[in-house]
Design a protein around this ligand. Structure first.
Ligand code: WTA
Length: 651
């Protein structure tokens, strides 16, 4: 991939084709002017059992794509490659944290998916059943996911850092019949006792029938013979073929729980045909991979990035991927770069948090690694600060790789705003996700829904349905309508602030709702507060965030205690432990401040911007005033009072 320098003062990569954006513009316009024809063309790359009758059935707020079409997701990802010249092509290079490696070709993957699907069938799993998957990043995670898809069972993958209570809530909400887990996983040289965590969860799941356990770690994991089954006891040594269920394009493929503005995570429900078209096309447009690419998306499959760009899109496109189980800097800071070198990775897609972590170690250690195979780099999860962008561009990409800053979210299925080197090269601006994908009709509006002029901050809205859009919130359609579609009727509201500059470039400026992003992971203030007040000593809690050099944001908790409870460091430690147990490691606050009272409006609403200003150590006047009902004076008084209170407790 050749990139010319634009010769201006930034020295940043720029267009092979120059302004105006010829090819990009053509695709973008066509997708909005004639969506039916445009998406029919795009969808023809998949293998359909039956063609669709209608490209889009739009009954706001429900968009259904490729209605009447039938296909199976596991066929897209394995069968059609295993039956082509790609059968011996590597699908996955896997590396465990302990150094164990496995290489799976497309035909290996095909066999494993069939064997796994046969095991699930023996356990009575079939179309429409929900299956929870709680696994480390091992090849079986991909295999189990595709095996569910093969049978038409709806998977709900839970990130292996979540606690037993978080699992139980998700299993009960999705009414899963089965949990697939492993004896354990490895993280930083220690064993994660996944089976123990699942056992605790299962005790609180009355409708759960079975736990399927993959033997992975060496330790002795507990086993309940009436409920648990070892995968190896059911897996046939013989080759097996399981007929893939021909699914409606609009049938659900998976549920993925994510944080929103409520205390309870929402089960985001994604469909089959539209989702697969969206993620494969967006990956091609943004990163332009080909059959010689070695793709490495470092996300855990427990997050949407892993679903779309570790599992489904790269496999559906027949790419070779790297999957690594462990921590980026374990056992040393060289780990990731050894992997890039060893597997000749050509595309590395990661998070700003990881980049900032590596930046802390300087550049000297990087010279030991050959990174010259890299052609393209990408980031996701939060806005990338220009310093991290420049560092990534210079030290990892050696000024030869464009940085694909992809803005999207769990609900979107795949990239929404991102550079598209598969369509056209155009100048990049560090910190901007650049331009919307073809088919994404974006605008920035004020609180009344009126479009704002360039360079003005407002709410980002999407004005036209897109194939990757969520189907619904599982079991909570009223939430779906209210959270995403009620504020500006007919438009989808992602919940981010954004700004479009005078060149038409998009800058994503963080959440406009009560969602915090810690290392790019979503957690809502409501969820944190709900969990914190569950502790016997806590009367009230309010959560906010402050900027963090590595994690982007970190959690700050303001807590008022019950009468006759004294604040202490022990109590802080206990609250941390409590949050780890109730939610998981993502919920651990950086700071807990004990105060006598929380800043509230007369109507009893917590003054969030006061909390945020105190937590961040900024002046209250610096905060955005969009949407705030509080008078400046009231906020100022509350701010001073809270600051004094925090000083008083030595917080
Ligand atoms: C934020 C992750 C700026 C944003 C795929 C969004 C970003 C939320 C970017 C979704 C980016 C993600 N620039 N902000 N490139 N990527 N975000 O559901 O606030 O875990 O709404 O999906 O992450 O987080 P989620």
């Amino acid at each position: 991939m050749s990139i010319k320098k634009n010769g201006d003062k930034t020295g940043l990569p720029t267009a092979s084709y120059f302004w105006p954006l010829g090819r990009y513009q053509k695709l973008y316009s066509r997708a909005l002017e004639d969506p039916e024809a445009f998406w029919a063309d795009q969808a023809s790359d998949l293998q359909w059992d039956r063609p669709w009758d209608k490209v889009l059935d739009w009954q706001p707020p429900y968009g259904r794509w490729f209605v009447g079409g039938r296909l199976n997701a596991s066929v897209q990802c394995v069968d059609r490659h295993a039956k082509s010249w790609r059968k011996s092509k590597v699908a996955i290079y896997w590396e465990g944290e302990t150094g164990t490696t496995r290489t799976l070709s497309y035909s290996d993957l095909y066999e494993e998916v069939n064997t796994f699907a046969a095991v699930l069938k023996k356990l009575g799993i079939g179309k429409g059943d929900r299956v929870t998957i709680y696994l480390p990043m091992i090849p079986e995670l991909v295999v189990a996911t595709l095996a569910c898809a093969r049978l038409g069972a709806v998977h709900s993958i839970i990130f292996s850092g979540f606690s037993s209570q978080a699992i139980a809530d998700r299993v009960n909400d999705s009414k899963s019949r089965l949990i697939i887990t492993a004896s354990g996983g490895y993280r930083r040289g220690k064993i994660l006792p996944l089976k123990e965590v699942v056992d605790e969860a299962a005790a609180a799941c009355p409708d759960l029938e079975k736990v399927l356990v993959i033997k992975y770690t060496d330790h002795e994991a507990p086993f309940n013979p009436t409920r648990d089954v070892w995968y190896n006891d059911l897996a046939s040594a013989e080759r097996t073929f399981v007929t893939p269920e021909s699914m409606d394009s609009t049938d659900p493929l998976f549920i993925l729980y994510t944080s929103g503005t409520t205390g309870k995570p929402k089960g985001i429900l994604h469909g089959t045909g539209g989702y697969l078209v969206w993620i494969t096309k967006t990956l091609q447009w943004a990163f332009n991979p080909n059959d010689n690419s070695v793709w490495w998306c470092t996300a855990d499959a427990g997050w949407i990035t892993g679903h779309s760009y570790v599992i489904y899109a790269p496999l559906a496109l027949g790419l070779t991927s790297v999957i690594y189980e462990g921590a980026p800097d374990y056992p040393s800071i060289n780990r990731w770069w050894n992997i890039v070198d060893k597997y000749s990775v050509t595309a590395l897609y990661t998070s700003p948090t990881a980049i900032r972590m590596f930046m802390k170690f300087g550049e000297d250690w990087l010279s030991a690694h050959n990174l010259s195979t890299l052609e393209v780099l990408g980031t996701v999860g939060e806005a990338i600060n220009p310093e991290a962008w420049e560092w990534f561009y210079k030290n990892i990409g050696k000024e030869n790789c464009p940085i694909i800053d992809t803005w999207w979210q769990t609900e979107a299925g795949g990239f929404m705003i991102s550079p598209c080197v598969g369509i056209q090269h155009y100048p990049l601006k560090p910190g901007s996700a650049t331009l919307p994908m073809p088919g994404v009709d974006t605008a920035v509006v004020d609180a009344n829904g009126k479009e704002v002029p360039p360079n003005t901050t407002g709410y980002i809205v999407i004005r036209h349905p897109w194939p990757g859009m969520l189907l619904d919130v599982f079991g909570a359609s009223e939430l779906y309508q209210q959270v995403y579609w009620s504020r500006f009727p007919g438009w989808y509201v992602p919940g981010d602030f954004a700004m479009k500059d005078s060149d038409g470039y998009w800058w994503l400026l963080g959440r406009s709702d009560e969602v915090i992003k810690v290392s790019g992971h979503r957690i809502s203030t409501a969820e944190l507060e709900h969990a914190t007040v569950g502790h016997a000593s806590v009367a009230e809690a309010a959560a906010t965030s402050k900027p963090d050099d590595v994690k982007g944001e970190s959690i700050v908790l303001f807590v008022t205690l019950c009468a006759d409870t004294q604040p202490s460091d022990d109590l802080k430690r206990e609250l941390v432990k409590h949050l780890r147990t109730v939610i998981g490691t993502v919920a651990i606050p950086d700071e807990i401040l004990f105060v006598d009272k929380l800043p509230k409006t007369r109507s009893g609403k917590i003054m969030r911007r006061v909390l945020k200003a105190v937590a961040s150590g900024t002046a209250i006047g610096d905060m955005s005033t969009l949407d705030d009902q509080t008078s400046v004076q009231e906020a100022q008084e509350a701010y001073e009072e809270l600051k004094r209170a925090c000083r008083g407790t030595g917080g």
